[in-house]
Ligand binder design. Structure first.
Ligand SMILES: [Zn+2]
Length: 433
């Protein structure tokens, strides 16, 4: 709890210096601030002279704007000595965005738990707390509690030296990004058509965003994890169900209802196991960890049919099966080989349809590792156009659960630092005017 007085003074700024602006009126000054920030974000650290060329702003105006951004803590200045002349060149002053001081407050909720965090725009999680979700079927009640947790999280930001530019919500179901509503989550009773963005924004006085948690994970891995440097990524994650996201050029493919990427309910057989969605043969029904563990233990067809993939936790059975397969248990290896082949059917179809350069596997796929991915790699060419299958790079996710929060940071950062003609602006929040 002890804080130096210096830290306290540094964090005593009355308000965030900028925020995530969702359109509306823009002053010329706000436009120019955005232009400078966008140039620094997309082109990297620059001297004032280089920045003048990049933005076309007169040097005097540019200096004014940079002065403001420096005092607001949005950018910082460093002296760099060029390597030429044996390191004895004249030091140059470079400006860059201070991404470690700018951050977002995030909330990830499901039926049982609410996790909140503070994440900077460079991709580091500074603070995280897990709370119990309220025991209620009333969405308004649940939302009030979530908003209260998030508000408490926002209040911690000054202590970690972070200026918040927005908040983000990771929803367990389907969402409507345009209206900021959670549409439906099968595992959260009563959670239907909930105005999440409006309420979180009002509670925190910050701009808010919502997305499916799987979508955030996909964005997080592409921006900061196993997808860095790739433009066409399919992310697939296994918990008890299977979710995913398709990232194309840094953007998440939404589809009409924001549900694009729900690869768990693509069919890999027409008469396979029953799925929680009511269908048969869905990928997530084939790969539900509880079902795989039951197969390994020799469950009867009737017992297998009674396993509803959704809403169950696999417990230790799946982990025990993986350990057995590792030790050479032939039955466990066969169950995983069959699962890998079912996964290859779904991913093979996706590869032919989407032509991704990288597939990132998260959640319990990481735990299963090569036991499952080995059979997947071996079978993929059987179910996709061979030249597309040959060129896809299959990797394990790197960020774990934090990918959800880092995805929020990734979208906020790309909106905030978009060139102003195309999107966000960097402004003082209205309350400080
Ligand atoms: Zn299904």
């Amino acid at each position: 709890m002890a804080k130096t007085s210096g830290t306290k003074n540094a964090s005593a700024k009355p308000s965030a210096p900028m925020w995530l602006h969702n359109g509306g009126t823009r002053s010329k000054r706000a436009y120019n601030r955005s232009l400078v920030c966008a140039a620094l974000f997309h082109e990297g650290p620059r001297s004032r002279i280089d920045l003048q060329q990049a933005t076309g702003l007169p040097l005097s105006r540019l200096s004014d704007i940079c002065g403001d951004l420096l005092s607001d803590g949005v950018i910082r200045e460093s002296m760099v000595t060029p390597a030429v002349g044996g390191g004895r060149g004249r030091p140059r002053s470079l400006l860059e965005l201070d991404l470690r001081r700018l951050g977002v407050a995030c909330v990830h909720y499901d039926q049982d738990q609410v996790t909140t965090s503070l994440v900077d725009l460079a991709g580091a999680v500074h603070w995280k707390r897990r709370w119990n979700a309220p025991d209620t079927d009333d969405a308004a009640n649940r939302l009030r509690t979530i908003a209260r947790y998030l508000k408490q999280t926002v209040s911690v930001a000054p202590e970690v030296g972070m200026n918040l530019v927005g908040v983000g919500a990771a929803d367990p179901g389907t969402v409507d990004i345009a209206t900021g509503r959670a549409i439906r989550a099968v595992n959260v009773p009563g959670w239907s058509n909930v105005p999440v963005v409006e309420n979180l924004s009002r509670a925190t006085r910050l701009a808010a965003l919502i997305e499916r948690s799987d979508g955030w994970q996909a964005l997080g891995e592409v921006a900061y994890g196993a997808g860095r440097g790739s433009q066409h990524v399919l992310f697939v994650t296994l918990l008890e169900g299977i979710g995913g996201g398709i990232v194309e050029g840094g953007n998440l493919l939404a589809g009409r209802d924001g549900s694009a990427g729900e690869i768990g309910h693509t069919r890999v057989s027409h008469d396979g196991p029953k799925c929680g969605c009511g269908g048969r043969g869905c990928l997530e029904a084939h790969l539900a960890p509880s079902r795989l563990a039951a197969l390994w233990r020799g469950a009867s067809p009737a017992e297998l049919d009674a396993i509803a993939p959704r809403g169950e936790t696999a417990g230790d059975d799946f982990t025990q099966m993986l350990a057995a397969a590792q030790r050479g248990d032939a039955r466990a290896q066969q169950v995983l080989a069959d699962a890998g082949r079912a996964l290859a059917v779904a991913l093979g179809n996706a590869v032919s349809l989407l032509n991704p350069e990288r597939i990132i596997l998260g959640g319990r796929f990481v735990e299963a590792g090569e036991l499952l991915v080995g059979p997947l790699r071996a079978s993929l060419p059987d179910f996709a156009l061979p030249e597309l299958a040959a060129n896809v790079d299959i990797r394990m996710a790197e960020l774990g659960d934090d990918s959800t929060f880092l995805g929020i940071a990734a979208r906020v950062r790309s909106r905030l630092f978009a060139y102003p003609s195309m999107g966000g602006t960097v402004e003082h929040p209205p309350r400080s005017r």
